[in-house]
Design a protein around this ligand. Structure first.
Ligand SMILES: Cc1cc2nc3c(=O)[nH]c(=O)nc-3n(C[C@H](O)[C@H](O)[C@H](O)COP(=O)(O)OP(=O)(O)OC[C@H]3O[C@@H](n4cnc5c(N)ncnc54)[C@H](O)[C@@H]3O)c2cc1C
Length: 579
């Protein structure tokens, strides 16, 4: 079947819904559709806990927010993007308030803000520790007001249609029926979120498999800064469930096996000998995760069946503060770890959390392929550079989701419909799914085995520390896994909610994304932010003050080149914390 819209947004999370609202508000005559593989309220945005950064305090300024973001990014963020972002973020957060978002407040009625890692002033707005839930709900209910916004819930996008040098729509599977749909559009916005599932231990929902990054990459768009994968220092062992940074912002401590606040031994901030006590647990995520690895090496971590851990101590905060400011932390610890943070230590370890890299876009969300836009975690604008500051991504998806929506809508008003060749591509994709996947004869490989090997390869080679040797081996392993995908058998041939087919498609997307991560990491012969090479331990601004761009070559391999970073007001310097 064929469905036609002016603009199609892939993804019903924060970025996708914000884009849809922007289009409906400013171009009410356009027909917009959201294609989402899960019901929008189940998108990963719902699980954001800690908050959203935007300058509001009288003692704060957008310049300070910009500087914290730039230095936190280890100078890899584009400063024009950051400046635009810090100016627009507070307006977006206020707009959300007007749409009904219940921001937590001070007793006198002002918006409450909390500290967050790497931010030197309190500027993180929050709705208790369920910020993502309230933010997504607000956007979802607002989107329902607009009749021009259509939704295709539980449709899985498999391919972008590209002809005449422009994107013309996509093919999707309606999961409830197995029907394959052609969705034509003059512009497509990718808002598909991140790819944490490429790694074995992650805070990311099972749906975060990098589909949009792979769709863009296969359509000829570049993936930017893919080597920068953020580990969050405090995940629950085994499940990987996130214990929000808000727990440390409210005063939580990290203790090693000896009960010692080990972060005081690490130079999380310079210059020496400034005591780092003030930043300590609120140092940037990359540095905290790296400090954990050193504690393990020194034998000062605690061994568990799920690997080494340290303890998060919230006991001194008392039950009252925990219940008011971080009630969800208490709920998660009780339910999933069987401990009560008001009286017990909570075991934690670093966990893959966020993808700094993504589809290369300009400030309006436009990619290098005409008619294709991207916003949210799938995109790389870039404001996050080599290390994202916590609480910058919720405002990022609002600011750049809205911008991508407006630009895509503008573009759609002057663009013709699909070409014959574009539609023919859709027919080819229908046949590929039917014949190659559903009717596949017995093979010898299983999805789960390939997925597990990919995830362990990524953890071993592209984790908190990397080396040229392990990355080179990973390139070969991933190639081998790509070959083995051809031998996978899909045993489930049913039409209704066939979960095996999406699992296969997600795995092939993850393999493309994994290759881009590993190749980008291999080529970047320096250490910066979340990318730490044991064989190149220093930052090298002469060679690598540049964004990596990964493109798919004609032979299917991944090629890397570089784009200079936009530096405006802040020349590359040292990252300074704790003052
Ligand atoms: C546990 C957790 C806590 C976090 N806490 C914070 C926080 O406190 N503050 C902060 O700033 N950031 C936080 N983050 C990061 C932030 O929440 C995410 O980066 C952001 O919400 C991503 O939003 P998004 O709209 O880009 O994508 P998502 O919300 O992930 O939505 C992706 C959408 O794409 C759709 N999709 C994907 N693939 C396909 C496909 N093939 N076909 C159709 N649809 C598809 C999905 O159905 C979904 O609707 C947190 C992240 C996690 C994991």
């Amino acid at each position: 079947m064929t469905t036609a819209h002016d603009v199609v947004i892939v993804g019903g999370g924060g970025a996708g819904l914000r884009a849809a609202i922007a289009i409906a508000e400013e171009h009410p005559g356009l027909d917009v559709a959201i294609v989402s593989k899960v019901y929008p309220m189940r998108s990963h945005t719902v699980s954001a806990e800690g908050g959203a950064a935007g300058v509001i305090g009288a003692d704060d300024s957008v310049d300070e927010h910009a500087y914290d973001t730039v230095s936190g990014s280890d100078w890899l963020a584009d400063q024009d993007a950051v400046e635009l972002f810090v100016h627009e973020a507070p307006r977006e957060l206020l707009r959300l308030e007007h749409w009904g978002c219940p921001w937590s407040r001070e007793p006198d009625g002002r918006i409450a803000v909390r500290s967050f890692g790497g931010m030197k002033k309190k500027r993180t707005w929050f709705a208790a520790d369920k910020t993502g839930f309230h933010l997504l709900h607000t956007l979802f209910q607002t989107s329902l007001k607009y009749p021009a916004v259509h939704r295709h819930d539980e449709w899985f996008a498999t391919k972008l249609l590209v002809d005449d040098g422009r994107v013309q729509g996509l093919v999707a599977i309606e999961l409830a029926t197995g029907r394959i749909e052609t969705v034509t559009a003059k512009a497509v916005i990718l808002a598909t979120g991140g790819c944490g599932r490429v790694f074995p231990f992650t805070t990311n929902a099972a749906i975060k498999t990098g589909d949009g990054m792979a769709l863009a990459y296969r359509a000829g768009a570049a993936l930017k800064d893919m080597e920068f994968v953020q580990y969050h220092p405090t995940g629950l062992p085994f499940t990987g469930i996130l214990i929000t940074e808000a727990a440390r912002a409210e005063g939580g401590w990290l203790l090693n096996a000896d009960g010692y606040r080990y972060l005081q031994d690490y130079d999380l901030g310079k210059p020496e000998p400034t005591p780092v006590l003030r930043s300590m647990e609120l140092g940037p995520r990359d540095r905290l995760s790296q400090a954990f690895v050193h504690e393990v090496e020194k034998g000062r971590a605690i061994d568990t069946p799920y690997g080494p851990v340290v303890n998060l101590d919230l006991r001194h905060l008392g039950p009252k503060l925990i219940d008011t400011k971080i009630p969800f932390v208490r709920e998660l610890c009780r339910k999933y770890q069987n401990v009560d943070p008001a009286t017990d230590l909570v075991q934690v370890r670093p966990v893959v959390h966020y993808m700094m890299g993504g589809v290369h876009t300009d400030l309006d969300g436009a990619t290098s392929v005409r008619g294709l836009f991207a916003a949210g975690e799938v995109a790389c604008v870039s404001i996050n550079g080599a290390n994202r500051l916590g609480s910058n991504s919720l405002p990022e998806l609002l600011v750049f989701g809205a911008r991508a929506g407006r630009t895509a809508a503008e573009y759609a008003t002057t663009t013709p419909g699909p070409t014959r060749a574009g539609l023919a591509q859709a027919d080819d994709e229908h046949r590929r799914i039917w014949r190659e996947l559903r009717r596949r004869e017995a093979g010898t490989e299983r999805i789960s085995a390939i997925r597990e090997e990919m995830q362990h390869t990524m953890e071993g080679s592209a984790g908190i520390y990397r080396s040229g040797d392990s990355l080179t081996k990973a390139v070969d392993t991933l190639r081998g896994l790509q070959d083995r995908m051809r031998l996978v058998t899909l045993e489930d041939r049913s039409q209704t909610f066939n979960t095996e087919l999406p699992a296969f498609l997600e795995l092939s997307a993850m393999l493309d994304v994994a290759e881009a991560i590993v190749q980008s990491a291999l080529c970047r012969e320096e250490s910066r932010g979340a990318h730490q090479r044991t064989d190149f331990p220093a930052r090298d601004d002469d060679r690598f003050l540049a964004h990596s761009l990964a493109r798919r070559a004609a032979d299917g391999s991944c090629e890397i080149d570089y784009l200079p970073v936009t530096i405006r007001r802040w020349p590359a310097g040292e990252r300074v914390y704790g003052r």
